[in-house]
Ligand binder design. Structure first.
Ligand code: SAM
Length: 284
């Protein structure tokens, strides 16, 4: 496979590209652009190094919301066999088409559409990785959708608002621990890579951002158990201050089931580990 890094280096700078296209961020699309190559390169470098990889060679990468293409350029410089980008903004699609002329259609595929509706499993090619500076307004629904089919992926490298990353990585009994922590940690090793100052974005958001690497544990959870897990955690965390005796009282034979697992009915939602929720989800 041809090394794309030189071709990317010879492109006009990202800031020039943004100016040339008169690209102004749209709030409704969650647009806060990262135009600093040092940071986008650091995201990819750090993620690859935590996966003990030097590049994306031989792999297939998906990027949600490439925008003007800063992170896209950094992914391409890591030489994936193929990168598929999904973007809703026609202005950014035009910038992607220019990039495609440089790197070739076989290396960069462009999908104009809504990532929430996109099924990455329909694409041939393994192993699959997702990389994204996520549109913040839909970051959790996108993450949960990918977690439901996590065994099809090799890694997810995702940027969230820091507060969402705190929830994803929160340990049991911590105030941030909740439904998204349980699903994420049960299915993946979640590794906080680093925080990014608001001033690094254009326009600068009010909050800090955090990059998280998800490495699937490849455990098998069938659809019914997954649905039970979602139901259980919704019941427990909708009344997070209550003991599970109360919050889970709609579960049939709750006491008997909890006793069989050594789960005390006086526990509260945040005191139960992801593995304990899974064990309960398997028998309700
Ligand atoms: N990756 C670019 C960067 O780091 O500078 C842009 C990141 S910006 C936070 C989010 C991007 O997602 C925007 O380009 C926006 O147009 C796009 N986007 C928003 N909602 C989307 C959706 N439902 N499907 C696909 N892309 C979406």
């Amino acid at each position: 496979m041809e090394d794309l890094s030189l071709k990317i280096e010879n492109l006009p700078s990202l800031r020039e590209t943004v100016e040339l296209h008169g690209l102004m961020a749209k709030k409704a699309l969650g647009q806060n652009f990262l135009l600093d190559k040092n940071i986008t390169d650091k995201i990819i470098r750090t993620s690859l190094s935590k996966q003990n990889k030097k590049s994306f060679e031989g792999e297939y990468v998906f990027e949600v919301g490439p925008g003007p293409g800063g992170l896209t350029r950094s992914v391409l410089s890591a030489n994936p066999n193929k990168l598929t980008v999904v973007e809703m903004d026609e202005r950014c699609i035009q910038i992607m088409e220019e990039l495609q002329e440089t790197v070739g259609k076989e290396r960069l595929e462009i999908i104009k559409g809504d990532a929430l509706l996109e099924d990455f499993n329909q694409y041939e090619g393994q192993p699959k990785n997702i990389v994204s500076n996520l549109p913040y307004n839909i970051s959790v629904p996108l993450l949960v959708g990918w977690l439901k089919q996590i065994n099809n992926f090799d890694s997810l490298t995702l940027m969230f608002q820091k507060e969402v990353a705190d929830r994803i990585c929160a340990p049991t009994s911590c105030k941030d621990y909740g439904r998204v922590s349980i699903l994420s940690q049960l299915l993946c090793e979640t590794i906080r890579l680093f925080d990014i100052n608001p001033s690094c974005f254009v326009p600068a958001p009010k909050i800090w951002s955090t990059v998280v690497l998800f490495r699937p544990k490849h455990i098998n959870i069938d659809e019914k158990t997954f649905a039970n897990l979602e139901k259980l955690t919704a019941l427990a965390f909708n009344q997070r201050r209550k003991m599970i005796r109360q919050s889970l009282k709609s579960i049939k034979n709750l006491e008997e089931k909890c006793t069989s697992l050594g789960l005390d009915l006086t526990l509260r939602a945040e005191q139960i580990s992801p593995e304990q929720y899974l064990a309960l989800a398997k028998i309700i």
